[in-house]
Design a binder for this molecule. Structure first.
Ligand code: C5P
Length: 220
């Protein structure tokens, strides 16, 4: 069975402020190159969605397409660019991807149809309320964290399952921040596979500092 890794990497990286985020380097290696290197040994092909006008460095073993306006558009275009029966969708912005997680997501996707890496929430969760001018937001309603998981990538799917979910989302003009949510929205089962704290998404300058520290151990 052919398996493809699909990497949406076409974001502009506005919150980080260093240009397209996938090309930002952590200890000399870009987020994109790190993500591709983590997935390539486990799949038959890697397809990457890049911002218009950007090209893949020669040493990154993948095929590139131009991404879309949103992450959801980029993933839909990636799906159209492969014939693999199983796809693993992974954010370029999550560069530290352990092999065990890739294997577990792939196996669960093949068995269930859809699967995502995710971690049980460890922090207390509260909805912020109001915006007092001097102190900022205040403590509103507490949300019990029991049974709550924070969703990561990779997310694995039988390709037909994800294509259907994207087609329906597009027809309904429904926007989502991930792909497993589109499948769940149609009532399809999505397996939750234990992810990894190191799979955090590099979004802010603070995340980049964390990534730099982690790379010293990861690359050793
Ligand atoms: O913006 P955010 O951090 O949620 O982006 C998650 C992933 O989706 C990133 O790897 C980013 O490059 C990608 N993306 C994309 N096309 C867009 C927007 C984001 O491929 N239009």
């Amino acid at each position: 069975m052919k398996v493809a890794a699909l990497i949406p990497a076409a974001g502009s990286g506005t919150r980080l402020g260093l240009g397209p985020k996938a090309f930002v380097e952590v200890v000399g290696v870009s987020l994109l190159a790190r993500s591709v290197a983590a997935l390539a040994p486990h799949v038959d092909e890697v397809v990457v969605a890049l911002p218009e006008g950007w090209t893949l460095p020669a040493d990154v073993p993948a095929r590139a397409i131009v991404g879309g306006q949103t992450r959801q558009d980029s993933v839909r275009l990636l799906l159209e660019a492969t014939h693999a029966e199983v796809v693993l969708v992974h954010d370029a912005a999550r560069p530290f991807l352990p092999a065990e997680v890739v294997r577990a997501v792939r196996a669960a996707a093949q068995a269930v149809g859809a699967a995502t890496a995710a971690l049980p929430v460890a922090d207390t969760l509260v909805r912020a309320s109001g915006e007092p001018p001097e102190t900022g937001q205040t403590w509103g309603e507490l949300t019990p964290r029991e049974g709550l998981w924070a969703v990561q990538t990779p997310q694995g799917f039988r390709r037909g399952v994800l294509r259907e979910a994207h087609a329906r989302a597009r027809a309904d003009a429904h926007a989502a921040t991930d792909d497993a949510g589109l499948v769940a929205r149609l009532g399809g089962p999505v397996a939750l596979v234990p992810g990894d704290a190191r799979l955090f998404k590099v979004t802010t300058p603070g995340d980049l500092a964390l990534a730099t520290a982690l790379a010293a151990v990861w690359d050793a």
